[in-house]
Design a protein around this ligand. Sequence first.
Ligand SMILES: *Cc1c(COP(=O)(O)O)cnc(C)c1O
Length: 426
Amino acid sequence: MKLTTSKRLFRNAQKYIPGGVNSPVRALNAVGGQPIFIDKAKGPYLYDADGNRFIDYCLSWGPMILGHAYKPVLDAVRKTLGKGTSFGIPTEIETQLAKTIATAVPSIDKVRLVSSGTEAVMTAVRLARGTTDRDIIVKFIGCYHGHVDHMLVSAGSGLATFGSPSSPGVPDDFAKNTLLLPYNDLDAAKELFKKQGKNIAAVIIEPIAGNMGTIPPAEGFLEGLRTLCSKNKSMLIFDEVITGFRFTFSGVQKMLKVQPDLTCMGKIIGGGFPVGAVGGPAAVMDNLSPDGTIYQAGTLSGNPVCVSAGLATLQALKAEKPYKKLGDSGRKLADGIDEILTAKSIPHTINRMGGMFTLFFNDEPVTDYDGAAACDTKMYAKYFQHMTANGIYVPPSQFEANFLSTTHTDRHIEQTLKAVRSFEPK
Ligand SMILES: *Cc1c(COP(=O)(O)O)cnc(C)c1O
């Protein structure tokens, strides 16, 4: 695979952009790679600056569930563009997107639109703190909720410790209001609530984790958190930035029948544009400014071009009901990889939910961050290099999810499995 142009573009980028990238994971440091610069994309394919073509299982980290350059989305964007790009004054289409989300998601009456998943989390956390008049937020080790200060916190020693900053620039004073728990450990959550329950503003969780690789909740785990939060008058926040509209035309909350107090969305609801959302019951959402006293704002919030892409995406998902097909494609691919690696005696575990899965190079079940962290990341780096060399773009880190789009067909899956068959790690 020739990467001459990508190499040149990366050298140039490094002169003017820190690390040459606008989001760190794109530097491919985790897999020791040379960043690939993209020229264009269509359906399941990425085309790089050197003219290499890849079947894409990263899909812009999740949003492109309908494949790249999906015509109805492009048409909607073009139509909106012709009318101007930003007014800073309300447009009708914002209500249409908010109504579509509120109608589809059981716990949501009202939606505030923002411009990223990070911003959605920031807003949800402030709303929970302002509503409960408490400061402490509980998060789970390995879950990612954007790059906002009080979420960039890692565990200290021992369980349920006060957090310590996981990045320079995050003050200890912020981090100490974030408490950490292991994913899928309800007993640890009960212990923590016994001591701290009346100080906890909210528990925030990815109801199916995607940012330590795909990890589904254990049976009763989300229900248990719901009970703990209700008893202690703490809020339960589902960060559905990855999972929203991915497995059903709603959230994980509808699929698993657990209602959070607040929901964060992003990725799919922007159809490849910067859109995020916070939603919840009217009584809570109305605490936001201007009706309430909790401040939140955004110059480009609800931008009509972005919102039209999101709305066109949701409309297509609603009309086409592709969820069974996405699940079938995900199963075929994941089962195929499993079979091939088993025959090669390469230790692995695959966690899958619908059209989202992670191949962990660890033969034990992976149910939390420790399990994910125990993976052979060197093996993953070899796998990534092998797959890209064979025209398959998989996530450039062991701790991410593969995504399928409606444009991935049996032919693409067969081509992908063919590449896996020739994987011979040394
Ligand atoms: C991607 C992601 C975010 C952050 O969204 P951005 O749009 O990158 O700010 C937050 N939470 C989860 C679960 C995510 O996967």
